[in-house]
Structures are given as C-alpha cells and as structure tokens.
Write a new protein. Structure first.
Length: 121
C-alpha cells in the first residue's frame, strides 16, 4: 500500500496539473488527505463508486502520460546519480582535508555540492 501511495503521489506531483479540477480535488483528498472514498462521496454528494471512478480515471491518465514521457523514471535515475556524486564529493573533501589542503580543490568541491543540491530540489 505504501509503495502504491508513493507512486501515485509522484504521478500527481508530476502530472496533477493535467487533470480536471474534480480529478485533482478527489485525488488529493484520497491520497494526500487520506479521506476514504465514502467520506469524499458524502462531501461531494455523489456515490462512493462515482468517486472511485474519478480517481481511477485520474490514475490511468497520469500513468499513461508517464508511460509515454518517462519523466518520473528519469527523475529517479537522476536522483540516484546525484546521490553518487554527493558521496564522491564527500570522499574528495575528506581526502583533501587529510592530505592536500588545496584551496582550489575545496572551492571546486563546494561548487559541485551547490550545483548538485540545486538539481536535487
């Protein structure tokens, strides 16, 4: 369940603006606010099945877009590589501190850290 919820919220973060207002509202209430289908249905004045249909269509629409664009897949790959870069920079900084004390190397590693942090946002 947790993995499915994470996947759906990632889809919503990337593609939520492409949904209708009603789809966005129901999806947000269900996944982000953790309301049940019955609670959403009661508040919206429609059936539980009607709410489910809206959410399922939204999920399918966003999944179809992800299948075509692969933005989330590429984002996850990029995060993995950026994490590896951050680890390597920490190793270089430690080595520089212990052996070289080179100011230019410190400057360059700080720049790499800053740029990596920007990409991670």
């Amino acid at each position: 369940m947790k993995n499915q919820t994470y996947r759906m919220t990632m889809l919503f973060d990337f593609y939520g603006e492409l949904l209708t207002e009603r789809q966005k509202e129901f999806f947000d209430l269900y996944y982000n606010e953790d309301l049940s289908l019955s609670e959403i249905a009661e508040n919206a004045g429609i059936s539980r099945q009607g709410v489910r249909d809206v959410i399922v269509r939204a999920e399918a629409q966003m999944q179809e877009i992800e299948d075509k664009t692969g933005l989330i897949r590429r984002f996850e790959q990029m995060r993995t590589h950026l994490s590896a870069i951050q680890t390597a920079v920490e190793g270089i900084k430690t080595l520089n501190y212990r052996q070289f004390e080179d100011a230019r190397l410190t400057e360059l590693t700080n720049r790499i850290e800053q740029e990596t942090a920007i990409l991670m946002e």
